[in-house]
Design a protein around this ligand. Structure first.
Ligand code: GMT
Length: 374
């Protein structure tokens, strides 16, 4: 198949899923054309059947705001025509599903559109009155729609009053790449006195509640000698830096900023913290679990579809910092239970192994290609 993949290139789960999916599909013989305004973060290294097309943005004194939606649609039309695409897969509905709809109408050549709903495109941004009618329309017009969890599917059906069939295809992980490796050097660097290491990775947006991560760590430290590693960057980073100083944790918390290779960091870690306010799946928790790291998370969104409470980690109500800290402390205090949890986390991650899930996307594409336009 010749597939156009549209995604955000930035540090975020939807771009990661789109890029890893494209790479996996290319390795199975499909021709993949990424379309975005910048090179997707994980699209590194040369791979024969992968192409990248950058969306150019015209500027004109009349335009106070960038006009990305039509520019993206025009690029989709160009790529689809020149490369004879069979299908365009839009990741994150806002505004990609709308641009894809426009492109399909212009092309009028039988090309199909699949939209994958990732999270805040449905739970937050898409619900803005300034977007909602366009989002509902664009999702309904897609030839196929997938959601990364049952939670997100239900939210879409109820919040938008959509009656369309939505296929749940969860996030996935490359279990050969995301596995625990020897990382004594990393441990030595971050925790020279053998302290336990807690870790969190995200794009530091408000929904991730990174300040809760710091507060949980503050509680855990009261009884367990430990360090906290924070990887990633985003709008809440400054608040977090301030809180760390206010709590007197400057020497105990390391802010690493954006990182390309998380495997050594996850491999050196003992617990992953994800106290999010909203999380449709929790890809970074899955990557941690694949490295054998148990997770303490909130109970929001799709997290209970990934995490098994009392086996792969613990789940507590969002905002309940004390309970999460208690769970973390208990787990880190019991070596035998900890080892069981670490094994269970890896075993659970194996259920989301890359090839299994990529096959499900491939099958879905085939179904959409043969189906009549809705
Ligand atoms: O919805 C978002 O916040 C954006 C998106 C991203 O690009 O970071 O994250 C979502 O998509 C990921 C991949 O499908 C999911 O694993 C994340 O749970 C989800 N984030 C939220 O729902 C907050």
């Amino acid at each position: 198949m010749k597939i156009g993949i549209v995604c955000y290139p930035t540090y975020g789960g939807s771009g990661v899923v789109a890029t890893e999916l494209g790479k996996a599909l290319a390795s199975k013989g499909h021709q993949i054309h990424f379309i975005s305004y910048a090179l997707p973060m994980r699209l590194d290294g040369f791979q024969g059947d992968i192409y990248y097309h950058e969306v150019e943005m015209a500027s004109y004194p009349l335009f106070e705001f960038p006009l990305y939606t039509p520019a993206l649609a025009s690029k989709m039309v160009e790529v689809a025509r020149f490369e004879k695409l069979d299908l365009i897969h839009a990741h994150y509905a806002v505004p990609h599903a709308t641009s894809a709809y426009l492109a399909r109408e212009i092309l009028d050549n039988g090309i199909k559109i699949v939209t994958t709903l990732h999270g805040t495109d449905i739970t937050l941004v898409g619900l803005e009155p300034s977007f909602l009618p366009v989002m509902k329309f664009s999702i309904e017009q897609s030839d196929g729609v997938t959601a990364v969890s049952r939670f997100l599917k239900e939210k879409t059906l109820t919040n938008y009053g959509i009656e369309k069939e939505i296929r749940v295809i969860p996030n996935f992980v490359d279990i050969e790449k995301y596995k625990r490796i020897e990382c004594d050097e990393v441990r030595e660097k971050f925790a020279p006195r053998g302290e336990r290491i807690l870790v969190h990775t995200s794009n530091f947006r408000a929904v991730k509640r990174v300040t809760d991560v710091i507060r949980i760590f503050h509680e855990v430290r009261k009884s367990i000698p430990s360090k906290l590693i924070l990887a990633g960057d985003g709008p809440d980073r400054s608040n977090c830096e301030i809180l760390v100083r206010e709590l007197g944790l400057k020497d105990e918390v390391r802010f690493l900023g954006k990182q390309h290779d998380l495997v050594p960091i996850l491999s050196a870690s003992d617990l992953f913290l994800m106290p999010s306010q909203s999380e449709s799946f929790g890809l970074s928790a899955l990557e941690a679990m694949s490295c054998g790291v148990p997770v303490i998370s909130s109970s929001v969104g799709g997290l209970p579809e990934l995490q098994v409470h009392g086996q792969t980690g613990y789940i507590a109500e969002f905002g309940d910092v004390i309970r999460m800290a208690k769970y973390a402390t208990e787990l880190l205090s019991n070596d035998q239970r900890y080892r069981m949890f670490a094994r269970a986390a890896r075993a659970r991650a194996e259920e989301f192994e890359c090839h299994k899930i990529v096959n499900r996307y491939e099958e879905y594409y085939q179904e959409c290609l043969v189906a009549e336009h809705a």
